[in-house]
Design a protein around this ligand. Structure first.
Ligand code: ADP
Length: 328
C-alpha cells in the first residue's frame, strides 16, 4: 500500500484554504486509499517570532480540527511532530546534503524573510532551513505521495532532490516522493487581496475564512470579498482574481467546475451569496464535531500519544539506516 504523509503548521487558526487545499482530501481520499500519516508540524511554528503558550494551544487546536474534519485514527496516524525525535535527527543529516544556495532560492523563504526584515525583525536561521526539516518529515516515513496545496510544490521538489542526492552519495535509503494537489482550489486566495494566498499566519482577518468562524462571520467575509472591475462573471485568475477565487471556492464546495459555474451567474452578488451558503454548509459539521471533541480532551490526548508511538516505530529504522549510511 502506498504511503502518504502531510502536515499542517500551528502558526495560526486553520483556514478555508487549509481545508480545501489539503485537509478535505486527507480525510475523504488519502486515509482510505493509503497508509497515511498526518502531522501537526509544531517545530515549523518556531521559525518566526512565536509565543510558546500560543504554539501549544494552536497545536492542540489543529489536531482537534483534523479529527473534526474527519481524520479517523483507526484509518490513519495522527501525531505532533515534536513528539517524534526522528524528524529533528534526520533534519541534521539532510542539512549536510543540502546547499546554502538551494535554501536561499526558496520562494517562501524570500517572501517571509523580506516581510520579517520590513517589520524590523531579524530572520531566524530555522526559517532558512525549514524546507530541510520538511524534507526530513517526509523522507523519514518512506513517503510515496505528499498531498498539499500548490504553495508547497517547490518544497516537495527540494525533498525529491535531497532524497536522490543522498541515495546517490550514500546508498539507497529514501523513497523519492511525488506531490499531489487538488484539482480545484489548490490555492485559495485572500478575500480582500485576491492576488495573495489565504494564509493562516497573515492575520489579516477580513480576508481569511477561519474554520471556526461563526456562520454569520463567514457570510459577512464572503459578502464583502473584493471583486474585480467589470460585472460579468468569468473564470480567469489573471484578469479577474477576485471573482475567480469565489468561483473556485464555490466549485470546490459543490464539486463543480469553476468555468462552468461562471456561466450560471449574472451578478457578483448572487455568486457571493451562493458561495457563502456553500461554505457555511461545508464547515457546519466540522465546527460541531470540533465542539464535541473539545469536551473530551482525554480522547485527543490518547490519539496523539498512540499516533506518536506508531510514527516513531515507522520512522526509526529508516533514520537509523541514514545515520549508518552517512558514516556515523
Ligand atoms: P499556511 O500557509 O496556512 O500556514 P501550512 O503551511 O500549515 O499553511 O499548510 C498546510 C496545508 O494547507 C498545506 O498542504 C498547504 O499547501 C495548504 N494550504 C495552505 N494555505 C492554502 C491555500 N490558501 N489554498 C490551498 N491550500 C493551502
Amino acid at each position: 500500500m502506498k504511503r502518504v504523509f502531510s502536515g499542517i503548521k500551528p502558526t495560526g487558526h486553520l483556514t478555508l484554504g487549509n481545508y480545501l487545499g489539503a485537509m478535505r482530501r486527507w480525510s475523504e481520499v488519502d486515509q482510505h486509499g493509503a497508509d497515511a500519516l498526518f502531522c501537526v508540524v509544531d517545530l515549523h511554528a518556531l521559525t518566526v517570532d512565536h509565543d510558546p503558550g500560543r504554539v501549544r494551544r494552536l497545536s492542540r487546536q489543529a489536531a482537534t480540527l483534523l479529527l473534526a474534519a474527519g481524520l479517523d485514527p483507526k484509518l490513519c496516524t495522527l501525531f505532533v511532530q515534536s513528539h517524534v525525535d526522528e524528524h529533528a535527527r534526520l533534519s541534521y543529516l539532510l542539512e549536510c546534503v543540502a546547499t546554502d544556495g538551494e535554501m536561499r532560492r526558496m520562494i517562501q523563504y524570500k517572501e517571509k524573510a523580506a516581510a520579517e526584515r520590513a517589520r524590523g525583525g531579524s530572520v531566524r536561521l530555522s526559517l532558512l532551513t525549514y524546507p530541510v526539516l520538511m524534507a526530513a518529515d517526509i523522507l523519514a516515513y518512506g513517503t510515496d505521495e505528499v498531498p498539499v496545496g500548490d504553495d508547497q510544490a517547490q518544497h516537495v521538489e527540494l525533498t525529491r532532490d535531497l532524497a536522490v542526492r543522498f541515495n546517490q552519495r550514500y546508498g539507497h535509503t529514501f523513497v523519492v516522493p511525488r506531490t499531489t494537489h487538488p484539482q480545484v482550489a489548490a490555492r485559495v486566495m485572500n478575500l480582500q487581496e485576491p492576488t495573495s494566498k489565504m494564509g493562516k499566519s497573515d492575520d489579516t482577518g477580513p480576508g481569511i475564512v477561519y474554520l471556526l468562524d461563526e456562520p454569520e462571520v463567514v457570510r459577512k467575509k464572503i459578502m464583502r470579498a473584493v471583486t474585480d472591475s467589470g460585472s460579468d462573471v468569468v473564470h480567469d485568475r489573471r484578469v479577474r482574481p477576485g471573482v475567480s477565487n469565489l468561483l473556485e471556492i464555490l466549485a470546490a464546495c459543490t464539486d463543480a467546475d469553476p468555468g462552468e459555474l461562471a456561466g450560471a451567474y449574472a451578478t457578483y452578488g448572487a455568486l457571493k451569496k451562493d458561495t457563502a451558503d456553500a461554505v457555511v454548509e461545508l464547515l457546519g459539521p466540522v465546527r460541531r464535531r470540533h465542539q464535541e471533541l473539545c469536551a473530551d480532551p482525554a480522547y485527543v490526548d490518547q490519539v496523539l500519544r498512540e499516533g506518536a508511538g506508531k510514527a516513531r516505530e515507522m520512522a526509526r529504522p529508516r533514520v537509523d539506516a541514514a545515520y549508518r549510511a552517512i558514516g556515523l
